[in-house]
Design a protein around this ligand. Structure first.
Ligand SMILES: NC(=O)c1ccc[n+]([C@@H]2O[C@H](COP(=O)([O-])OP(=O)(O)OC[C@H]3O[C@@H](n4cnc5c(N)ncnc54)[C@H](OP(=O)(O)O)[C@@H]3O)[C@@H](O)[C@H]2O)c1
Length: 255
């Protein structure tokens, strides 16, 4: 049984990956993971393809044991793994609770590592891993401090893993979009005081996911959709970090 596994498929980019993949590839089953089971069932109905609904909270260790057991029982061949579950919180260091900060690390880092490593024994030669990362991976991001740091971890993890998996001919790509209009903002902006006030450009999930799937076919190791965001990455590489931080702080007009 050849499958695709998508975490975070109940909304935003994860859901959009499922939609666009249906048009591009055939799998015997798509396995979709998120907490909101109802949303996953709605997606299954909408797409009308064989889909296994896996309601899991990926901040809970039991979910990893459950996933491991399922893989052992079904012995699937994983052709594509997409880790899209994740969340961020905008706010000054003292406005974000320790619980929220640790949960970001649990979901954005630990869960990605756990799902990736549990999946690896089942990923076939020629298989692909797409980690939904972020533009914030490339620079320190005040007021998105912990979130940005989790994404820097994913960039480093993905690049190194790609090198390690060369022998097995498994491709790994870190997908690093800028701002994307999704439910991400509902949770990110929950703090009373708005600290992130400047958004250079907000993309649709359709636009960036189409770009990610194209770059995955080209076997890129990092996908940064749009020339605006590519320019930003280049600027961050060339400029001193202190200057990059100064520009960011000025843009946000935080008082
Ligand atoms: N939107 C942006 O501007 C942006 C930019 C760059 C990168 N990203 C990254 O893109 C990824 C997808 O985010 P999105 O923008 O598509 O936001 P989204 O619409 O909020 O989607 C987040 C997904 O993560 C799932 N999720 C959240 N907590 C979970 C948990 N504890 N266990 C399992 N699944 C969980 C959600 O499902 P349930 O709530 O049903 O569990 C949902 O399906 C994230 O990693 C995010 O950091 C977003």
């Amino acid at each position: 049984m050849k499958i695709a596994v998508i975490t975070g498929a109940s909304s935003g980019m994860g859901q959009e990956f499922a939609r666009q993949l249906k048009k591009q590839e055939r799998f015997d089953e798509m396995w979709v993971i998120a907490r909101r089971e109802d949303r996953l069932f709605t997606l299954k109905e909408e797409l009308g393809i064989p889909m296994r609904i896996l309601p899991m909270d990926l901040t809970q260790k039991e979910s990893f044991a459950q996933y491991k057991e399922l893989l052992k029982k079904e012995q699937p061949t994983i052709s594509l793994l997409i880790n899209a579950s994740g969340f961020g919180r905008f706010g000054r260091y003292d406005a974000i609770s320790i619980e929220d900060s640790l949960e970001m690390i649990d979901l954005n880092c630990k869960a990605v590592v756990a799902i990736t490593e549990l999946s690896l024994p089942y990923i076939e030669e020629g298989g692909r891993i797409l980690q939904v990362d972020s533009l914030s991976a490339f620079q320190p991001v005040p007021y998105l401090n912990v979130y940005g740091s989790t994404k820097a971890f994913i960039l480093s993890y993905s690049r190194a893993l790609k090198a390690e998996l060369k022998d097995r001919k498994i491709h790994v790509m870190a997908f690093c979009p800028g701002w994307v209009q999704t439910e991400f903002f509902n949770r990110a902006e929950a703090a009373e005081k708005k600290v992130i006030t400047y958004f250079n450009k907000i993309f649709t999930a359709q636009e960036v996911v189409a770009c990610a799937l194209k770059d995955l076919k080209k076997k890129r190791s990092v996908c940064v959709p749009s020339w605006q965001n590519k320019l930003q990455v280049l600027g961050v590489k060339l400029l001193p970090t202190a200057l990059v931080l100064k520009i960011w702080m000025k843009q946000q007009k935080f008082d």
